[in-house]
Design a binder for this molecule. Structure first.
Ligand code: URA
Length: 446
């Protein structure tokens, strides 16, 4: 088969781009744009992009390359223009964690305070969960809104959460799936550009970034988490947005549920004024910072009060239900969470000795959840929305030998056993009191 001149020029060029990145040369904007455009249009193959991503992971991306990649991925699709809507419009994004269902709480809470929220989320990545997969645990719910549908929904109810589509950040959608399958997630430049391309594709004024740090985060060292936060804040501000960041601990999973349907149910508990304290605390912090950044409160404390009122009045829960209905989801499954997917096999992990839980390793717990079926294996892998882990004990809590530490759900016994084996190594029990680092490690001026 004869290649036309244009095609072979592109193939040659991709080889060069991979080679230059492999050798640590800083790429130009035009090279990065050509790579992303080529991949989005199908002229650059998965194997070529995967090789480039690995080179980018190992060599790192400069700030200039990161900005160019963000712009190229954002420009791969359209822009959601929200002019004409009440301003300011707010958004948030997490860099990825285990048991991190904050968006399902924070977005409706902030929308219930009267600030429109328009958000493009992501899927599970590596051992971490993704908001889109969690939302899709609700039967019927759509996460592929078109630009026009997103605009209309934010106009009508003040809240929409959608995913990358063929017309919204399609390059991020495809590269994200490839990174998930090729161990190329852990890179400040790739994470920053993936997140900021989604954020800048939507016309939000104020964006709060929850940058996770610790065992279960992509950034395990505080210095790297700060670098990631600074990179994203700088990209957002250069694009004229108000951007703030919170660094939060991901040493142990957030809350007590790790999975998809079970995290939806847990988010509802928080919206009903219950649920785990750590999850509620972080949700109030993030919601307060979103409100503050949008000039809706004088300081973080009054922002937290507004957020707490939105929960206590039931307005935030109602807002989530409105969003689910607007996106075609079965609201009945939120009213009666027993209707959410629930996998058949259940295995309990029991404490081998008396003591105090010293560690629940978030990375290993995330891997155990994937083994149970809550995450993907492979690029086109399926998610079992009913699989997951309920943590009965977390760091600092006492347990007696034989008492449950966690309950695992999976669709078959083999998966449940594999998850059980992994999860057993996530727990460490000792005689002394535990001293985890604070949940909110630090905040960048918002
Ligand atoms: N969230 C994203 O959207 N992209 C990443 O790369 C990591 C977390």
């Amino acid at each position: 088969m004869r290649r036309d001149a244009k095609e072979s020029r592109i193939v040659m060029r991709v080889y060069d781009i991979i080679e230059r990145k492999r050798d640590g040369v800083e790429l130009g904007r035009d090279e990065i744009r050509a790579l992303v455009e080529g991949f989005t249009s199908g002229r650059v193959a998965d194997y070529e992009m995967a090789a480039w991503l690995m080179a980018a992971c190992i060599r790192g991306l400069t700030r200039g390359e990161t900005v160019a990649l963000t712009d190229a991925m954002r420009a791969s699709g359209g822009y959601v223009d929200l002019s004409g809507l009440p301003r300011p419009i707010v958004d948030k994004h997490s860099t990825g964690g285990v048991g991190d269902n904050t968006t399902l709480v924070v977005a409706p809470v902030v929308a219930a305070t009267g600030l429109p929220v328009a958000k493009m989320s992501g899927r599970a990545l590596g051992h971490t969960g993704g908001t889109l997969d969690k939302l899709e645990a609700i039967p019927g719910l759509r996460t592929d809104l078109t630009k026009e549908e997103l605009q209309r929904q934010v106009q009508a109810i003040g809240l929409a959460i959608t995913g990358q589509t063929a017309d919204l950040a399609p390059a991020d959608r495809a590269i994200y799936a490839l990174r998930d399958a090729t161990a190329t997630v852990h890179s400040i430049g790739l994470i920053a550009s993936s997140i900021m391309s989604k954020k800048l594709a939507v016309d939000a004024d104020a964006i709060v970034l929850d940058v996770k740090v610790g065992r279960g985060a992509f950034m395990q060292r505080l210095a790297d988490a700060r670098d990631l936060a600074e990179t994203m804040v700088a990209i957002g501000r250069a694009a004229g947005r108000r951007v703030g960041a919170v660094l939060s601990s991901m040493d142990q999973p957030l809350g007590r549920a790790v999975g998809n349907a079970c995290e939806v149910a847990e988010a509802l508990q928080v919206l009903e004024g219950e649920g785990p304290n750590d999850l509620r605390e972080l949700c109030l912090e993030l919601a307060a910072r979103m409100v503050l950044l949008a000039d809706g409160a004088a300081d973080v404390e009054s922002g937290k009060e507004l957020a707490a009122q939105a929960i206590e009045s039931g307005a935030a829960r109602d807002k989530l239900l409105q969003m689910v209905e607007a996106q075609g989801g079965d609201v009945g499954a939120l009213v009666d969470v027993a209707r959410l997917p629930r996998s058949r096999f259940e295995v309990t992990l029991r404490a081998p000795r008396d003591g105090i839980v010293q560690r629940v390793d978030a990375l290993v717990t995330g891997r155990a959840a994937v083994a149970a079926g809550a995450g993907r294996s492979g690029k086109d892998g399926m998610i079992d929305h009913g699989a997951g882990i309920a943590l009965c004990r977390k760091v600092g809590e006492a347990v007696a030998a034989g008492e449950p530490l966690a309950v695992i759900r999976a669709s078959d016994e083999k998966r449940a056993r594999a998850a059980h084996e992994l999860l057993a190594s996530a727990y460490c029990i000792g005689p002394e009191a535990a001293s985890p680092r604070p949940l909110v490690v630090e905040a960048f001026d918002t």
